[in-house]
Design a protein around this ligand. Sequence first.
Ligand code: S3P
Length: 171
Amino acid sequence: MKNIILIGFMGVGKGSVAREVIKHSDYIALDTDDLIESMENKRVKKIFEESGEAYFRKLEKDVSIWLEKSVKNTLISTGGGFYKVENLKKIGIVVLLDSPFDKIIKRIKNHPNAVKKLKKRPLLNDLEKAKELYNQRRPEYLALADVVIDVTNKSALECSKELLKKVKKHA
Ligand code: S3P
C-alpha cells in the first residue's frame, strides 16, 4: 500500500477523517504535528511562540525527509502548511480535504472544544489574515492533489469512505 498524505487548511477535519480511515482499512495513522510535538517535547503553539514559524517549517522539512525514507502503508495527516515541503509527492498519494473558508471556520466554532481548537492554532488568531492565507493556499493545494474530497456538510465517516474509494485508483 502506498502512503496516503492528507493535506488541507487548518480545521478542515484532517484528524477526524484520518481516524475514520484507520477504522475502515488496514492503514495506520501518523500526524506530522504530533511527530513535531514529540520531537520537541512542546506544543506547536509553544514552538511558534518560542522559536518562530521558520523554525517550525524547518521541523516539517525534517519530518518530510524521514517520511519519504522510512514510512510505508501509512495514512499521514499533516499541518495546513506542510504541503510546502519539496518532496510531498514522493511521500504518497496526496489527498486534499477541501471546503470553503467560511464553512471551515463554522465547523471549528461548532465544535464542543472550539476555544481550545482556535487557541492551539497560532495562524487562526486573526481571521482576516487566515482568510488571506486560505485564498493564497487553496490553488496551491489543488495543484498538488491527486485526489480531492469536498468535505462540506459531510461526516468524517462519509469522507473516509469516499477517500478509500478514490485512492484505490491511484494504488
Ligand atoms: C499550520 C497548521 C497547523 C499547525 C501549525 C501551522 C498552518 O495544523 O501545523 O499551527 O500553517 O496551516 P492544522 O492544519 O492541523 O491546524
